[in-house]
Design a protein around this ligand. Structure first.
Ligand code: PEP
Ligand code: MG
Length: 839
């Protein structure tokens, strides 16, 4: 049956072609034709036409073929709505037969015509008649004898001569491509890439530009930028006497174009065509508002443009390209901001494994802190420090990390742990430092005594062996693949500025130390949203002071320990205020899960006994007495502040004394109370803080301004926000603990089963990574609404690790939050995401 008008549309400037009915390639070709580029005559078949072809309803092929003249030789290419969805491969040289081959021999030479015919017979046999490719194994390389043998082989296999009618050939090609699209494998593949179940396929039938024959003939691709950096660089590949994508096949002896240093240039071989191609690519950039790769064929020196596709690009190149398009007025700045997926910025902020490098993946854990680094394996913090002292890169391998390891973490190039999830100690510290980190790599056997790592495939790595930790993907690799360096260049900075121009929600950083604070400013944070003061006690001297304080069991001993800590804290805050001058600094009072600060092994216990000048047995007993079954739900946060009020008083004093001592722009510190679950906790702490403020004011004669707020980390605090808010200038939602407590899921242990849970679809994603909008999100909304009802103008924020995620930022923005706070390295991602939300 033949259909009269089944959406077979010659592509002309006026034709009614749309991406939604004919696919992206057809639409793009129409744009190129409208630009008057030398695109061979093309006909578009709509999704509907291809559907009908699949069910046997062919368009009028005779008249279609007649369009292409006396000697019709055509190619057919797929045109789906999104090129990522795949589709059947292009079929070239359709129409070649004994008769057309003879005509072509006169035009382009016998050798070229024979070669085209041979190519067509082979691809038709394999892709349309579905014959075994082996049948052509014994053919001579080229020539009339090869063609004759191929035709005989075809006839032998199919018991029919090779079809000679171009319309019949075209019909079979169209049918085969239309059916391939409907096949189960193709459907599942594209659905996995987000294609809808009824995604359509369009096809374009184009007059063949041969690329074979007399004069300068060949094919290739050309683009004007480097795909890795996005910087201007004419690059591409060209293969003489070739067609399709042959120039890109591995091993093809193609010419590298333009400034690409790897070979001679097309510029020398065909200067005019080369100049033409560059001019075409430049026009495409302007008209299509995108950096395009030009697919071209040269026939006897004449340029034919077969297609244009957006240049494949790294995250870094994507930023440069979008910014340059905006700078040259081709797209508005807002569009440049919208074109960059926020998470892709991680590629610019951290070293990455070169995407072109071979990856010998040994195991996969949780991708806890992005970036990649290689180094020699070390199993202790001391060994990491020794490595750093020798100037050697090392990977610190631990079962999990604790404050005792922090010096080692600082010294290491990357961290790998057996246990833990996205909010475990190593993950939080790694992200703060911008250090690559993979946690929860429980497939690896961590043999800490024998200092070995047993990989799932049986390979054993020992201390000193070289590993690479890729915290962007969670993989652990053997050896040291080549890396790509970070690129916070002018394009990146411009994009950040443009995102800020539209952004409405504030972005602060979680920063604990002066180094963190400097980083926060460098990344454009608008203040510190969470300073975890217990993190200021990770170095050896301070850890001992902290332990003395924890150990003190008389008021006198505690006072002595606190007297030692007060000047340290004052100096810390002074420095932070000076670095953050003019910006808010939110300081969280101590929230140490005690176990993180106590020694865990004999050596640690002995060191502590020495430092405290106590018998080992006393220290051991005290550590045992302080041990908690569930330290994350134990004597943490405000519970410590209520039980031992002098600790928070000391911190408040340090904050106020530091604030009044800073000269220049006034500092308004924010003091935050952690792990609150009851109004009375806030009331008690507030009274004491007010008393300290009054005392410092008296002693110094300076006005002490500050804001006091509550960290909402327990479900109860969210539910009772209405009665907490009157005592609180702000509520900051700590979604790490809030997630832990809402799910009843230990943030330190979840890594062990999280991937199984996500794989089984129990949770759609790791809730420590992606904010659980349904559950934890509802608590945020309840807390925010009840808080603001009781206290209009209450400042609301989120400072858990979710603060850097685009989805959480969108949620907070929608819920009317004032700012989010995340680790410094995630600030740019957050700024971009927030800018996009507002556009
Ligand atoms: C939180 O619980 O979300 C938080 C920011 O605090 P921490 O991670 O220090 O417990
Ligand atoms: Mg917390």
């Amino acid at each position: 049956m033949q259909h009269v008008n089944p959406d077979v549309t010659p592509i002309t400037p006026e034709a009614n072609i749309s991406g939604a009915t004919h696919g992206g390639r057809a639409k793009c070709l129409q744009r190129l034709i409208r630009m008057d580029l030398p695109v061979p005559d093309t006909v578009a078949l709509s999704f509907g036409a291809v559907n009908r072809i699949a069910s046997g309803d062919m368009p009028d092929l005779k008249s279609l073929v007649a369009r292409f003249g006396e000697c019709p030789v055509m190619c057919v290419r797929p045109s789906s709505a999104d090129p990522d969805w795949g589709g059947p491969g292009a079929m070239l040289n359709i129409g070649l037969s004994d008769a057309t081959c003879a005509v072509l021999s006169d035009k382009i030479g016998e050798a070229a015509a024979t070669s085209l015919y041979l190519r067509f017979v082979q691809s038709y046999a394999i892709h349309v008649a579905r014959l075994d490719p082996d049948m052509f194994d014994d053919l001579p390389d080229a020539g009339t004898e090869a063609l004759a043998q191929a035709l005989r082989a075809y006839e032998r296999e199919t018991e029919e001569p090779f079809p000679q009618d171009p319309a019949l050939q075209l019909g079979e090609v169209l049918r085969s491509m239309a059916r391939a699209w409907g096949g189960t494998t193709a459907r599942l593949l594209r659905e996995s890439k987000g294609a809808p179940a009824d995604a359509g396929l369009g096809l374009v039938v184009q007059r063949m530009a041969f690329g074979l024959g007399r004069g300068v003939c060949g094919s290739g691709v050309l683009q004007l930028v480097n795909s890795q950096t996005g910087l201007p660089l004419v690059t591409g590949r060209y293969l003489s006497q070739s067609q399709g994508r042959e120039a890109l096949e591995p091993g093809a002896e193609a010419l590298f174009l333009g400034a690409d240093p790897r070979g001679p240039s097309l510029e020398d071989a065909a200067p005019e065509a080369f100049a033409d191609l560059i001019a075409s690519a430049e026009r495409m950039r302007v008209r299509l508002r995108e950096e395009m790769q030009v697919e071209f064929t040269l026939q006897n020196g004449a340029v034919h443009i077969l297609d244009g596709v957006p240049v494949v690009r790294s995250g870094r190149a994507a930023v440069r390209i979008a910014v340059e398009l905006a700078r040259t007025g081709i797209i508005p700045r807002e569009e440049a901001v919208l074109r960059i997926p926020p998470r892709s910025l991680n590629e610019l902020l951290h070293r990455q494994v070169d995407p072109k490098a071979a990856r010998d993946v040994l195991a996969i854990g949780v991708a806890a802190s992005p970036g990649a680094a290689s180094g020699a394996i070390v199993f202790t913090a001391a060994a990491a420090q020794a490595s750093a002292a020798r100037g050697e890169a090392c990977i610190l391998v631990r079962r999990e990390t604790s404050p005792e390891d922090v010096r080692g973490v600082h010294a290491a190039s990357a961290v790998l742990t057996e246990r833990g999830g996205l909010t475990s100690h190593a993950a939080v510290i790694g992200r703060g430092l911008g250090l690559p980190c993979v946690v929860g790599a429980s497939d690896i056997g961590f043999m800490l005594h024998s200092k070995e790592l047993r990989m799932p495939d049986g390979r054993v790595f020992r201390e000193g062996d070289i590993l690479t930790v890729d915290g962007s993907t969670g993989s652990v690799l053997a050896g040291c693949p080549s890396m790509v360096e970070p690129a916070m260049d002018d394009a990146f900075l411009a994009l950040m500025d443009w995102a800020d121009a539209s952004r409405e929600i504030g972005i602060r950083a979680n920063a604990d130390t002066p180094a963190d604070a400097r980083l926060a400013r460098k990344f454009g944070a608008e203040g510190i949203g969470l300073c975890r003061t217990e993190h200021m006690f990770f170095d050896a001297e301070r850890l001992t002071a902290m332990r003395e304080m924890i150990f003190a069991n008389t008021a006198e001993d505690r006072r002595a320990a606190l007297d030692l800590i007060l000047p340290m804290q004052r100096a810390d805050f002074q420095e932070l205020f000076e670095i953050m001058v003019g910006l808010p600094v939110c300081i969280r009072l101590f929230d140490p899960p005690l176990h993180e600060f106590l020694p865990t092994d004999r050596v640690g216990l002995r060191d502590l006994a020495e430092a405290l000048d106590l018998p080992l047995s006393d220290v051991t007993r005290r550590v045992e007495a302080l041990a908690e079954y569930n330290p994350m739900l134990g004597m943490r946060g405000v519970r410590l502040g209520i039980t031992v009020p002098e600790i928070y008083e000391m911190q408040a004093r340090a904050i106020f004394e530091a604030a009044v001592s800073v000269t220049g722009e006034a500092v308004v510190p924010e003091i935050m109370i952690p792990l609150v679950s009851a109004r009375r906790e806030v009331e008690l702490v507030k009274t004491r803080v007010e008393a300290v403020a009054a005392a410092v004011q008296m002693e110094t004669g300076r006005t002490v301004n500050y804001r006091l707020g509550v960290m909402v980390e327990t479900p109860r605090a969210a539910l009772r926000a209405g009665e907490i808010a009157p005592y609180s200038d702000f509520l900051s939602f700590g979604t790490n603990d809030l997630t832990q407590m809402t799910y009843g899921l230990s943030r330190d242990d979840a890594g062990r089963f999280m991937s199984a849970y996500v794989k089984a679809g129990v949770y759609p994603e790791d809730p420590f990574h992606t904010l659980d909008i349904d559950g934890v999100g509802e608590l945020l909304e309840i807390g925010a609404a009840r808080g603001r009802e009781a206290r209009p103008g209450l400042t609301l924020s989120l400072c858990g690790e979710h603060g850097g995620n685009p989805e959480s930022i969108a949620f907070c923005s929608e819920a009317g939050f004032d700012y989010v706070s995340c680790s410094s390295f995630r600030v740019p991602v957050a700024r971009l995401a927030a800018g996009q939300i507002a556009l």
